[in-house]
Design a protein around this ligand. Structure first.
Ligand code: C6P
Length: 420
């Protein structure tokens, strides 16, 4: 089990999802005449008013480019943008805000690791160990490096319930291993991987680690100092921030040693026709005009989560998960993928209804105002390993309620009746 509840959690204040829902204007919407039940949070979450207002306020009062001018607006924008990095650093307990690079999404953050670190530090025969559970974002860049640099990829399997084979991981990590990459929580199965143990195993042979926290950072407390991971990527838009936001955490010494992979404005200190010197961290890795308003609004999202407390967010979602698992597992004609023990997973549940294609099921649920995702979830090797090609997927967040899970069950039963 990767996320072990700490004693503090027992004291976590209880979230009131009905109160929280008032902060999210979109949750007041009706879809096909029914109240929206948004259960597609693993794809992207909704935004609270404070995030939407931060965007509007920026454009109405402070809009200017950052780091480029001495006028008041540019100064205000620069300070707010820097402060957003500080909030994200606090959110994951980084040693310094300079270890936080803002990116467009988790995919860009993971590509940054592959191209700024992997391309220059890996050569033929070097081994990278990945799990079979990786999202394509932490898989395809390494497949590309295998073609371009001749690196060797080792994949660690899962058991039939979708839990990582730690025995295989230990065997796969050898002195040839230069990097171990692992998804923290699976976007298909909800499985939480024991990343602390994975990092320890990697460091034993001197390998670096990249953790894909796109599905964990929004839902459980993350402490990068405690994890001691070298890189960690996450999506801002899966944790109440605007689309077009994500971030990479990397240990400062690595960010200092590495060269950026995007070159141009703002990321340099000096340029002559003979060469360049890099800007200070983290701007060295944020070439060109960044998504300033979105980045600042990500800071507001992170503050909103910190105010509620991540222990409380986890405790609420844990209750929803237990309720949903119990109800889904009691339905006949339904297959629920991933671990059945809530200790081993988070609130992302993939399932299939016998005789109903997941896209048809998602369509019927939509008629009931319920949003779920259906498809391969950008993790095709995992789907192939578990003999699935498409699934329906419900994923929860802090504003979801047990009532919405009841509606999901009723929708599934309606589909079963229609397809009988
Ligand atoms: N998963 C889903 O499951 P971006 O879109 O770049 O911010 O995040 C990519 C990504 C990386 N890792 C994991 C574990 C993810 O789940 C995702 C995104 C979404 O519905 C879209 S495929």
């Amino acid at each position: 089990m990767a996320y072990v509840a700490k004693p503090a959690q027992a004291k976590a204040k209880e979230l009131d999802p009905h109160r929280i829902r008032e902060d999210f204007p979109i949750l007041q919407r009706e879809i096909h005449g029914k109240p929206l039940a948004y259960l597609d949070n693993a794809a992207t979450t909704q935004r609270p008013k404070v995030v939407i207002e931060t965007l509007t306020r920026f454009y109405e009062r402070h809009n200017a480019n950052v780091h480029r001018a001495v006028h008041t607006l540019s100064h205000e924008a620069s300070v707010a943008y820097e402060n957003a990095h500080k909030k994200v650093a606090k959110f994951i307990n980084a040693r310094s805000w300079r270890e936080i690079v803002f990116t467009r999404n988790a995919t860009e953050a993971l590509n940054l690791v592959a191209y700024a670190w992997g391309f220059w530090n890996l050569s033929e025969g070097d081994e990278v160990v990945l799990t079979i559970m990786e999202h394509h974002s932490n898989l395809v860049p390494w497949l590309m490096l295998r073609e371009r640099r001749g690196i060797v990829l080792q994949f660690v399997d899962v058991d039939d319930r979708g839990r990582l084979r730690l025995d295989q991981l230990r065997e796969a990590i050898t002195p040839k291993t230069k990097l171990v990459g692992a998804i923290h929580a699976s976007n298909v199965l909800g499985t939480v991987n024991p990343v602390q143990e994975i990092v320890e195993e990697a460091h034993r042979v001197g390998a670096l680690t990249v953790i894909d926290a796109a599905q964990s950072a929004p839902h459980i407390p993350i402490d990068v100092q405690e994890l001691d991971c070298d890189f960690l990527a996450a999506s801002g838009h899966k944790m109440l921030g605007p689309t077009g936001t994500g971030f990479l955490y990397a240990k400062r010494e690595l960010l200092e040693q590495m060269d950026p992979f995007l070159h141009g404005g703002d990321m340099i200190a000096t340029v002559t026709l003979e060469g360049v010197t890099w800007n200070e961290l983290p701007w060295k890795y944020e070439a060109g005009t960044p998504s300033i308003a979105d980045g600042i609004a990500l800071g507001a999202a992170v503050e909103y989560l910190l105010d509620l407390g991540m222990e409380a967010v986890y405790a609420h979602e844990r209750k929803l998960l237990e309720y949903a698992l119990e109800r889904l597992l009691s339905l006949e004609g339904l297959v629920v993928y991933g671990p059945h023990d809530p200790e081993d997973r988070l609130g992302v549940i993939s399932f299939n209804v016998e005789g109903v294609h997941p896209h048809d099921l998602a369509g019927i649920l939509d008629e009931e105002g319920i949003a779920v995702r259906s498809g391969h979830h950008c993790a095709q090797p995992l789907m192939a390993r578990l003999g699935m090609d498409n699934t329906a997927r419900a994923s929860f967040y802090l504003y979801n309620t047990e009532d919405e899970i009841d509606r999901l069950l009723e929708g599934i039963q309606k589909a079963q009746r229609l397809f009988r």
